[in-house]
Design a protein around this ligand. Structure first.
Ligand SMILES: NC(=O)c1ccc[n+]([C@@H]2O[C@H](COP(=O)([O-])OP(=O)(O)OC[C@H]3O[C@@H](n4cnc5c(N)ncnc54)[C@H](OP(=O)(O)O)[C@@H]3O)[C@@H](O)[C@H]2O)c1
Length: 258
């Protein structure tokens, strides 16, 4: 299937590694010109060069901390100037810490809000004029399947992601006249550094992940490319009639019927 991304320009936030990198790679492999952003400039440049080498399509690295309004403003301006347009915005960021509700203070709540909710509002607002001009704009938010089924210790993440679900639904309604679609992709457990870091100190990583996979109907941890494939489809012309949706990519892990 030709996803018709050849003349499209895509921004992928938080893309030096993990899910963001997999998404940037998949979009680039489909022909899109991609602009990636995250904080560590050295890592970001390395990733951009790696993807460009792999796909043969131009990838631009622009450092940004998505929690900083001035940096996001500069990032979106530079991204728009890079190829003269923005068609696709993938909102992604690092994840907040896991713990029980009682262990999070006000600062932790503020940081999670800035990282996983306000960043989505800001980047979307700043990219909106360009997406309106695109004629078939796309906003795709990386959230978590914790919006569908309880995930222990994920109170900060779940709260902010539920906010993103509401925001995306409102945006999908308001942006429909511009032919902009807005959707969320909700990964379960995908093999990235974020997941390997949750393995308790001293435990065998492979054994721990194998044990975790036993609770997943498909009996394995997901690959970042499997989230990226769904994002890439949502970015395509073929997905033009899907908007306001939240799509789990979780091997069947969420136990809700919906
Ligand atoms: N992996 C999973 O199983 C899974 C499941 C559900 C949801 N998620 C969510 O998906 C998102 C990505 O997860 P991941 O597993 O890919 O994480 P990861 O492997 O830790 O990668 C995180 C990426 O985000 C960047 N980043 C972090 N803070 C940033 C900031 N303030 N501004 C800009 N970039 C920032 C990092 O680069 P720098 O540090 O250089 O900025 C890095 O490129 C997270 O929100 C996570 O909670 C992941």
């Amino acid at each position: 299937m030709d996803l018709k991304l050849n003349n499209k320009v895509a921004i992928v936030l938080a893309a030096s590694k993990g899910l963001g990198k997999a998404i940037a790679t998949a979009l680039s492999a489909e022909g899109a010109k991609v602009i990636i952003g995250s904080r560590n400039e050295t890592e970001l440049n390395k990733t951009a060069a790696e993807i460009q080498q792999l796909t043969g399509n131009e990838v631009i690295a622009i450092p940004v901390d998505v929690t900083d309004i001035e940096q996001i403003k500069t990032f979106i301006q530079k991204a728009a100037d890079a190829f003269g347009r923005i068609d696709i915005l993938v909102n992604n960021a690092g994840g907040p810490p896991f713990d029980k509700f009682e262990n999070f203070d006000d600062d932790a709540w503020q940081q999670a809000f800035d990282l996983n909710l306000r960043s989505v509002a800001r980047a979307s607002r700043l990219a909106l004029p360009y997406l309106q001009k695109s004629g078939s704009g796309r906003i795709i938010n990386l959230i978590s399947v914790s919006v569908k089924s309880v995930l222990a210790g994920s109170v900060l993440s779940t709260t902010m992601r539920m906010g993103v679900v509401g925001m995306a639904k409102m945006m999908s309604d308001e942006f429909a006249p511009y032919n902009i679609t807005v959707n969320n992709v909700a990964p379960g457990t995908m093999l990235t550094d974020r997941i390997t870091k949750t393995v308790p100190k001293g435990a065998d990583i492979e054994e721990n992940l194998k044990k975790r996979a036993e609770n997943i109907p498909l009996r394995r941890i997901g690959k970042p490319e499997e989230s990226a494939a769904v994002v890439t489809f949502l970015a395509s012309e073929q997905a033009a009639y899907i908007t306001g949706a939240t799509i789990p990519v979780d091997g069947g892990a969420s136990r809700a019927i919906y």
